[in-house]
Design a protein around this ligand. Structure first.
Ligand code: IPD
Ligand code: CA
Ligand code: CA
Length: 267
C-alpha cells in the first residue's frame, strides 16, 4: 500500500463531501437538529449523510478496510486498515451558522495512524500527512511553531459536552494558561485546532473527553509537522484515552502545568 499515492484520492473524496456540507450549510434549518446524549450534543442529517458518502468512497480505496466513525459506521474491532472518521467536526458551529467546521479522516494500520486529512470546508484548506513524510496545508509544507515560551504563545482548547469530576481541575488549568499566555481560543473543532497547531497558527492545543475520530488525523499531521502529541501524563494514550496535548516547542511547559493540576484531588 503506497500511502502517498492513496492520499490524493482521500483528499479528493473529502473535497467532494465538503462541497455537500457547504451547500447544506447555506440553507440549514435548525428544526433539523437532533440530540445524541443530552441537550448539547447535536447531530443532523448532514453529519449522517456526509459519513455515508465518505464511507462509500473510502471503502473502494482499500477493500476489506474497517471503520470507526462518529455517526455509527463500524466498530472498535481492529483490522489491518481502519478509517477513523469524523464526517463533520464542529457540528455545533455548523448548526449555528458559524463557518468553522471540518472533515477529519484518519487511516490506521494495525491501530496506528499512518495517514491523516483534515479538510476545513469553508476556507478550502486541506491539511494532510502520511507517516514519515512532511505535513502540508494544500500544497505547502507546514511546521509547528518554534516559540518555546508560554508567554509568547496562543493556545487552543475545547470545553467538553459532558463534564466529569475533572471539571474543577480543567478550569484551573484554563485559568493558569490565561494568566501566562497571549490567550486561549475555543474554535469548536478539535480537528481544526490540531491542524492550526501543525501550521503554527496556535502554539499548542489541549482538551479532554475527545474521541479517536476527533484526533486521529490531526494528531498525525501535528507529529509530521514536527510537533509532539501526548496524553496528560506525557504518555502515548491520546488516540483512545480522551486526553490530548499537541504542540510545538511549548509542549514541555504545557505538559508541566497540566500535570501539576490534573492529578490534584479537588474537594
Ligand atoms: C466536537 C468538537 C469540539 C470539541 C468536542 C467535540 P463535533 O466534535 O471537536 O471542538 O470540543 O469535544 O466533540 O461534535 O463537532 O464533531
Ligand atoms: Ca468531533
Ligand atoms: Ca462530528
Amino acid at each position: 500500500m503506497n500511502l502517498e499515492d492513496l492520499k490524493p484520492e482521500v483528499i479528493q473524496i473529502c473535497k467532494e463531501v465538503g462541497q455537500f456540507i457547504r451547500e447544506e450549510a447555506q440553507a440549514f434549518d435548525r428544526s433539523r437538529i437532533e440530540f445524541k446524549h443530552g441537550f448539547n450534543n447535536l447531530v443532523s442529517y448532514v453529519d449522517k449523510e456526509a459519513e455515508q458518502k465518505l464511507v462509500r468512497h473510502l471503502k473502494r480505496l482499500i477493500p476489506g478496510s474497517g471503520f470507526l466513525a462518529e455517526e455509527g459506521t463500524g466498530s472498535s474491532s481492529r483490522n489491518e486498515f481502519d478509517w477513523i472518521i469524523d464526517p463533520l467536526d464542529g457540528t455545533t458551529n455548523f448548526m449555528h451558522g458559524l463557518p468553522v467546521f471540518a472533515i477529519s479522516v484518519g487511516l490506521a494500520k494495525h491501530g496506528k495512524p499512518v495517514l491523516g486529512v483534515v479538510y476545513e470546508v469553508n476556507r478550502n484548506e486541506c491539511f494532510h500527512a502520511t507517516i514519515n513524510n512532511p505535513a502540508y496545508c494544500n500544497d505547502q509544507p507546514i511546521r509547528v511553531s518554534v516559540v518555546s515560551q508560554l508567554n509568547e504563545s496562543l493556545l487552543a482548547t475545547g470545553f467538553p459536552y459532558n463534564y466529569s469530576d475533572k471539571k474543577e481541575n480543567y478550569l484551573e488549568i484554563i485559568r493558569l494558561f490565561l494568566e501566562q499566555t497571549h490567550g486561549i481560543r475555543r474554535l469548536g473543532s478539535a480537528a481544526i485546532d490540531l491542524a492550526y497547531v501543525a501550521c503554527g497558527r496556535f502554539e499548542g492545543f489541549f482538551e479532554y473527553n475527545l474521541n479517536a475520530w476527533d484526533v486521529a488525523a490531526g494528531a498525525l499531521i501535528v507529529q509530521q509537522a514536527g510537533g509532539r502529541v501526548t496524553d496528560f501524563s506525557g504518555g502515548n494514550n491520546f488516540l483512545h484515552g480522551g486526553e490530548i496535548i499537541a504542540a510545538g516547542e511549548v509542549h514541555s511547559p504545557m505538559l508541566e502545568l497540566i500535570k501539576s493540576q490534573w492529578f490534584k484531588k479537588k474537594a
